[in-house]
Design a binder for this molecule. Structure first.
Ligand code: ATP
Length: 262
């Protein structure tokens, strides 16, 4: 029998330690001794949109992998909403908490319509047949309309996703992410391969999404980052080299040396 003196202390609910939506502190990741992240610290306020830039190999993808649970850091703190320790959760649990990620290459269901792609994303794990044939609730129907409108694909709703342009496929995939209404959207190089006009529209689209979502965008295209008009973090060799407006970081000597001036 356990005596009162040795009984385990009651577990207190996790105390909120920061007001940040996303809090990374001193995060390091090594691959065979090479530090892909080297004591990276980054704080994202609720409702913020942040652009992440930096040369190839700076650690941008690895940072996204750590946030989504794909890669476990060797050391460091990663908190969502000040209470959820993301280093202890797997990818499914992190997605469940409301972190959605869009990879660089669009992965839409090409053989079904644009609208059906949104329906499938909205349904989550309900299964393809069940989601395409079940009767939509008014709330679901409203959400589908809203998402189609935000990603500017209302007039292509009946087109097969496979028939869309590259840019439209990217927007559709962003729409599929939005359908699940994540708290935090991570978007990896959304405008790579887009025309200038599509790039401009994508900046508008992300600004619209940022009205009610927190967003992190990794991108190399500086005209796009300028159009976003948000705070920028420059990564280099696995840590943050500079932070501020694009004009501020662009004026920093080290940033010009390692990235912008090349
Ligand atoms: N699984 C892995 N095994 C070994 N090395 C890795 C692994 N993943 C990333 N790296 C290395 O870690 C470093 C950071 O890579 P990462 O992909 O995070 O950079 P990045 O900033 O996203 O680059 P890019 O702009 O080219 O996408 C690179 O040197 C890369 O080769």
């Amino acid at each position: 029998m356990t005596s009162a003196a040795t009984a385990p202390a009651p577990v207190a609910p996790a105390a909120r330690t920061t007001d940040a939506l996303l809090y990374l502190d001193a995060v390091s990741v090594s691959f065979d001794g090479f530090k892909a992240l080297n004591s990276l610290s980054l704080v994202l306020e609720p409702g913020e949109m942040r652009a992440i830039i930096g040369p190839n190999g700076a650690g941008k993808t690895t940072m996204m992998d750590v946030i989504t649970g794909k890669t476990r850091p060797d050391t460091g703190t990663v908190l969502l909403d000040g209470v959820h320790d993301l280093t202890r959760l797997d990818e499914a649990a992190i997605a469940e908490l409301g972190i959605g990620r869009k990879f660089q290459k669009p992965t839409v269901f090409e053989m079904v319509s644009v609208e059906e792609n949104i329906v499938l994303a909205l349904a989550g794990p309900r299964g393809v047949r069940a989601s395409l044939f079940h009767r939509r609730t008014p709330q679901e129907a409203r959400r589908i309309e809203e998402v189609l409108e935000i990603v500017r694909l209302g007039d292509r709703r009946d087109a097969l996703a496979g028939a869309l342009s590259h840019g439209q496929k990217q927007w559709l995939e962003i729409g599929m992410l939005l359908a699940q209404d994540p708290t935090l959207l991570l978007v990896d190089e959304p405008v790579a391969g887009m025309t200038d006009a599509e790039t401009e529209l994508t900046a508008d689209l992300l600004r619209r999404i940022n009205v009610d979502h927190t967003v992190v965008v990794v991108e190399h295209d500086m005209s796009f980052v300028r159009a976003l008009g948000v705070k920028v973090s420059v990564l280099h060799e696995g840590s943050v080299l500079a932070e501020g407006s694009l004009d501020q970081v662009s004026a920093e000597k080290r940033v010009i040396e390692v990235y912008l001036g090349r």
